[in-house]
Design a protein around this ligand. Sequence first.
Ligand code: PBG
Length: 323
Amino acid sequence: MLNRPRRNRSSAAIRTMVEENRLSVKDLLFPLFVMDGSATKTEIKSMPGIYRYTTDLLLKEIEACLNLGITSYALFPQVAEDRKDSLATESHRKGSLYLEAIHAVTSRFPEISMLTDVAMDPYSSDGHDGIVKNGEILNDETLEVLAKMAVAQAQAGSKLIGPSDMMDGRVGYLRESLDDAGFTSVGIMAYSAKYASAFYGPFRDALESAPKFGDKKTYQMNPANSREALREAELDELEGADFLMVKPALAYLDIISLLRDNTNLPIAAYNVSGEYAMVKAAAANGWIDGEKAMLESLLSMKRAGAQVILTYFAKEFAQLKLS
Ligand code: PBG
C-alpha cells in the first residue's frame, strides 16, 4: 500500500507535527455579565460556572482572567425590571450601571479589548431588540436609539461596539454616528449572521431579557438560510464593519466557513449560552467528558474559519494552561 494516512497518526509527536489547527487563549473572547450592587456575584442556574458580577467583583474577575492570558472580553448588563421601558432609555442614560461599568473596566484595564453590547433587549420592557409598535418591530426608529447607545458607550470608554440587534442598516448608521461624534477609531464587530435560535435560552435567563410576546423571527435569521448570511455579511462589510460575526457557532459551522471564504474581514463565532449549557449538563450527568467536548467544539469553530471565538469556556480553557 503506497498511502497509509495512519503513519502520520502513529505517535503523539507526529500528530502534533501535522496538526492543522491549534487553539490558543488568544483566540478567545470571554463574555461577562454585570449587575447592580456591590460585593456580590450570583451564578446563572442554566450556565454552571458563569456568574453575574457587581462592578467591583467584575474588576477582580477581569484581573484574574488577565493573569490567565485572556485579553478580550464582552460585557452584558442585567438591568433591573423597573428601569426598563419601551424606548430603552436606560441604555443611554448617563450614570447607568452599564456605562459606569464600561468606564470602570476600560480605565482600569486600558490594555484589554472589550466588546460592548448595542441592542435594546436588556433595557426593553418588551424584551425585544427594537422599538415595538402595535406588535411590530420598527427598524429606522430603533436605529436612533442604537446610535445614542453606541455614542454613550464610546464616551464611557468603549473601543469596540457589538450591535447584536439585526436591524437593517444599523452598521452604517452606527459608523456614521460614531464618526460624527469624533469616535472614528471605535470599531464595530457586527453580529452579521445572527440566527433566530433556541440556543440563546440561558443568556435570556441571565439577563431576564426574554421577549414578552412573540419571537425574534422578523429580525433574526431563519436557520434554513445560508445565502442570506452572505447578503447580511456583504451589507455589513459595505457599511464599515471591522469584524463579521456568526451566531450561534456549533450548528452554523458551515456559515462560518462560507463567510471565511467570502470576505477578508476577521470572522468571529459566538459559542452561545445554550451550547455551553448542553456540554455542562451532559458532563454533570457523566454522559460526556466535558473538557474534551469543550476542546473539540472550540477547535471545530477555529477549523471552520473563526479567528475570534466568543465563549463562556474562555476561563476554563485558560486554566488548562495548554500552551
Ligand atoms: C440579544 C442577544 C442575545 C445574545 C446576545 N445578545 C440573544 C437574543 O437574541 O435574545 C445571546 C448570547 C448567548 O446566548 O450566549 N441582543
